[in-house]
Write a protein that binds this ligand. Sequence first.
Ligand SMILES: NC(=O)C1=CN([C@@H]2O[C@H](COP(=O)(O)OP(=O)(O)OC[C@H]3O[C@@H](n4cnc5c(N)ncnc54)[C@H](OP(=O)(O)O)[C@@H]3O)[C@@H](O)[C@H]2O)C=CC1
Ligand SMILES: CC(C)(CO)C(=O)C(=O)O
Length: 327
Amino acid sequence: MGRFTVIGAGALGTLFAVRLSEAGHEVEIVVRRAVRKAEIEAAGLRLIDAVSGSEGKSDRVVITAFPRVRLWGEKEAFGGKDGSGPHFILLAVKQSAITGELGLELGRRMASSAWMVCLQNGIGHQETLAAHVPAERLLSAVTTEGAMISAAGEAVHTGSGMTWVGAAGEERAEVSEIAQKNLVFWLQLAGFSASMSKNISSRIWQKLLINAVINPLTALLRVPNGELLSLLGAGELMRALYEEGIALARALDIQLEPDLWEQLLEVCRRTANNRSSMLQDITAGRLTEIDAITGGLLREADRSGIALPTHLTIYRLIKAAEARHRP
Ligand SMILES: NC(=O)C1=CN([C@@H]2O[C@H](COP(=O)(O)OP(=O)(O)OC[C@H]3O[C@@H](n4cnc5c(N)ncnc54)[C@H](OP(=O)(O)O)[C@@H]3O)[C@@H](O)[C@H]2O)C=CC1
Ligand SMILES: CC(C)(CO)C(=O)C(=O)O
């Protein structure tokens, strides 16, 4: 079976750690506070998940897992010795936690047989990490799974989705091909829909363009995702953000599926009652992922000499809202 270190016991980290543990994989989870470590050791990590019940109805079940818990500050390496098989480090922290310091620490502690799998929305984190972690050991994952923290040590699986895995530096994809196959197989054994992607940067950009439309608008307008479809004036703003994003992707030669606009509208419909992660962050007074989403687009546009006026305005509004709501 697979061996996993999940860094971050938040929404996505809990989903992956519980499902992988349940499937019999060897899982450890890394948290940054001693109190959280003690809580998980005592009560386990809980996932509230939907399972198929009788007559096609789905029931809610609580799955509890007791992975090994480690503190971020401990110096022990992540992953086994060479020759002991692949070990995957699932990095499930927010973009705002991915600093040069974190990258340096990961680079120091990552065993040479380990693979780092980045689950973040947005862009920019891979460059930060690649300065410290061997670039060929970095894998990217794009996931449309949905999860939300409901209590300490507990997450709700809000929606099943798809997880794509690929080499962060696509030109070196063959180095990690066997590891990617293992990862996909082990994720599937844990009940995830997963697949390898030969063009992971397209997947990353497609999710990025969707997040760059839905997340900041829902956070500024304080509405669930579905309301963007009916709110007066929101449709024009969505389209303007989308068109600017598409023009940038074209200039950067990034392949996008032709029905991406339809996919974006479908995400709004499918997650109609969800409050986007950015809306949740703003209301809770936390830093948002704006610098990796809209900020990521603006940095790329700047390098290419392209203007994204609507994104720039939205970026400034979110930064102002962040400053206003931070404690
Ligand atoms: N939730 C979802 O449905 C999806 C999320 N994503 C992406 O996945 C990433 C994670 O999101 P999500 O799980 O929702 O975020 P959460 O905020 O729920 O979880 C992040 C966790 O990381 C922990 N953390 C931060 N730094 C460290 C560290 N150095 N060591 C150990 N733990 C650390 C935080 O700890 P603490 O509690 O102490 O702050 C927190 O528990 C984001 O980039 C998001 O965009 C992608 C697709 C879907
Ligand atoms: C797709 C979307 C907008 C779903 O809520 C999301 O990924 C998020 O909230 O960050």
